[in-house]
Design a protein around this ligand. Sequence first.
Ligand SMILES: NC(=O)c1ccc[n+]([C@@H]2O[C@H](COP(=O)([O-])OP(=O)(O)OC[C@H]3O[C@@H](n4cnc5c(N)ncnc54)[C@H](O)[C@@H]3O)[C@@H](O)[C@H]2O)c1
Ligand SMILES: O=C(O)C(=O)C[C@]1(C(=O)O)C=C[C@@H](O)C=C1
Length: 365
Amino acid sequence: MKNVLLIGVGLIGGSIALSIKQEHEATIYGYDVYAQNSRTAAEIGVIDEAVTDFIKMAQVADLIIIATPVEATLQVMEKLVSISPIIKALVMDVGSTKKSIMNKAEKMAASGIRFIGGHPMAGSHKTGVESAKVHLLENAFYFLTPNSITTDTDIDEAKTWLKGTRAKFLVTDPDEHDFLTGIVSHFPHLVASSLVRIAQHHAKEKPLIQQLAAGGFRDITRIASSSPKMWSDIVSQNKSHLLTLLHEWKKEMDTVIEFVENGDESELYEYFDGAKSFRDSLPVRSKGAIHPFSDLYVDILDKVGALSHITALLAQSEISIINLSILEVREGLNGVLRLSFQDDNDRDQAQEILQKENYLTQITL
Ligand SMILES: NC(=O)c1ccc[n+]([C@@H]2O[C@H](COP(=O)([O-])OP(=O)(O)OC[C@H]3O[C@@H](n4cnc5c(N)ncnc54)[C@H](O)[C@@H]3O)[C@@H](O)[C@H]2O)c1
Ligand SMILES: O=C(O)C(=O)C[C@]1(C(=O)O)C=C[C@@H](O)C=C1
């Protein structure tokens, strides 16, 4: 029986713990700076035992996973290096940034500690172990960044431990990682939060904004509901790439201002069309890439009872709907209902049932 020590028992740590339990004979010990979090994790069966002293456990662990916000990760790594005798475990993290963490990992390498940085490119705006799911990282890309003393065998060991995540591993350089994730994750997060801030300013004068911001606005800003601590840490550690991208964004907005001022329809058309083509070419079906759930779009008539008919049909077949939103409803015309399911299987069954009832359905919009 192997020993796994999880430091930081939240959404990602908890999801990885569940995936390890599914695949390995191991006892999972959890430490969290808020002891209640690790106690809850033990109660709901995500870990086997909550511990209050991670230094003692680190000495007997085969694997240590640090799943704290990234500034805390640096502090935890510092503590792990100071343990005597030197820990034997393979150490991994799950943080959204890699360069600062891998700089610290070189200090570990100098002490003979094997460290492999990790970053699963999937997650949620939710936090906490109660939201952990065994399938959270399925099909997602999972970056791995080894330090200078990790061998290919260590990387294989890491992949074996993480096999239950069903993620796709990608070994990269830490700076390249921070540049790529800066573009597709960190910078969009800043933009999403800024859109919400703008709506917030105007909502003071015009309270109706809150009622109206239910469709496209909710879609584009979902991630602004994520943990402020997690994101302020990420921005601090990816400062230089983010500053470059923010300046690029300012230039991009200057171009957009010009297009709007010119009022030239073909310029605007080209702009939207170019964005649409690239967006439409992105892989939508793999989890973690774009959709955190499996979605189905259904055309509905804007009339009394339309929604309840659909939900009743699915309830009869015991298919649970995780989320439901109406993307667009204009009087008398078709609206689009987005139904989110736990997985593709539920989604496909729902599609079959609704198609039999002559509903028009599609998997992507
Ligand atoms: N949420 C996502 O979508 C996502 C995806 C991939 C990677 N990540 C990364 O995973 C890490 C964890 O994020 P999460 O979403 O699971 O957050 P979370 O808030 O759900 O979990 C983090 C846990 O770490 C604990 N913690 C904080 N400081 C600690 C310390 N010094 N020692 C021990 N425990 C401490 C917190 O109490 C909390 O329980 C972050 O580094 C984040 O960048 C997040
Ligand atoms: O789906 C979400 O809520 C996320 O924000 C997940 C997301 C992302 O940007 O894709 C957020 C941060 C992580 O480092 C990895 C994944």
